[in-house]
Design a binder for this molecule. Sequence first.
Ligand code: NAD
Length: 433
Amino acid sequence: MATVVKPATAPMMPRIAPREELNPFRIAQIQFDMAAEFLKLDPSLRQILRTPKRVLEVSVPTKMDNGQVKVLTGYRVQHNVARGPGKGGIRFHPNVTLDEVKALAAWMTWKTAVVNVPLGGAKGGVICDPKRMSKSELERMTRRYASEIVPIIGPDQDIPGPDMYTDAQTMAWIMDTYAMMVGHAAHGVVTGKPLSIGGSAGRQDATARGLVHVVEEACKVKKIPLRGASVAIQGFGNVGAAAARIFAEKKAKIVAIADTRGGVINPRGIDPIKALRYKERSGTVVGMPGASRISNDDLLTMKCDILVPAAVEGVITLHNADQIKARIVAEAANGPTTPHADEVLARRGITVLPDILVNAGGVTVSYFEWVQNQQGLVWDLEEVNARLNRTMSRAFQEMLEAMRKHHVPARAGAMILAVGRVAEATLVRGLFP
Ligand code: NAD
């Protein structure tokens, strides 16, 4: 795919101060501006699309187990709902900022548009340290946060799902809080729920499964056999661990994995099932038998065919972009590559499969979950996975067409596709009032 990049027409990087490199919302806007330029969008339409529709900040007073009350801050941002109700996860993390939530909400708008599901983009988060909170503290915080955002969420309005440090249990608490407050059942208010209350088969693995499917498609284009390809994964959580398992099922070789505490490497291959069992026991992959230690920094720049950043944003920057040795970077995390790094990787012929396509398997199956809830249907795993693969293949092909038409790298291709769809929906609806 790198061969379709013609420098003469590749997107031009605006001059930005190095400080801005890591502000996620600024990054999201730069990515948008480049697509808008290609599409020659009208300036007022650009202004509408680059600004979040609604930003809600809430205070979340939470009683801790020792009787003290902590007042936490939470956000819900709806970036764009022109194509359907807002959709996006909720993150519990000490580093959550409003700019991060705004960026993630914008990426959700482009993500739902790339896979062409009739949803918009939203995101939420609470600034907290979930690793230091008990389950009952987490439940009280979640319910209070949910009660504060109830006025703007709902199956036809905005549908939260899980993100970092939130899971099916978190979604069950939000669904219950919502149902108690509105006075009726509303399964479609959240996705990523437990199966017993309307969750979808296949949601757990959906992001990883979609990722591996897109990588498989890209490997065909780049003529890299996935069988035997070496894969390094940063982040061994919901997405990273499942991706490792699915890659291994396809006979790719997992050569390195890492989490917050560091990583492990074995050029002959790491068994992802054993790594997961080890992590469940000891809280980290570091120290697992049969593998040597590697730092997170070294994992990113090690020699491998496929690099999967599956942890946090801003890990591939100007500082390490010229040392990346992977042939394909598959962005499982949201926003792991900064715009300047993107330029360096494109110049070096490294294919960056962008987050808005690569990790869209999660939102695709979330959409399937919402459809099932709204219609009272239950699809089996086979049906969900077949629909997921079809959706990801179609989106990949459409991205490829945009890349070839505009002579741009994958992220610009995906953004042009997505922004074009949202712009069209916005224009045809017209401006209210
Ligand atoms: P998770 O909390 O289950 O896992 C995160 C993993 O990253 C953990 O192993 C953690 O130890 C590691 N990690 C965190 N900070 C790190 C750091 N600074 N350096 C190295 N490792 C670090 O989260 P997840 O659900 O797997 O999500 C991972 C990423 O994928 C996030 O960026 C998320 O937004 C994105 N994503 C997730 C989904 C989904 O369905 N879960 C969907 C789309 C995108």
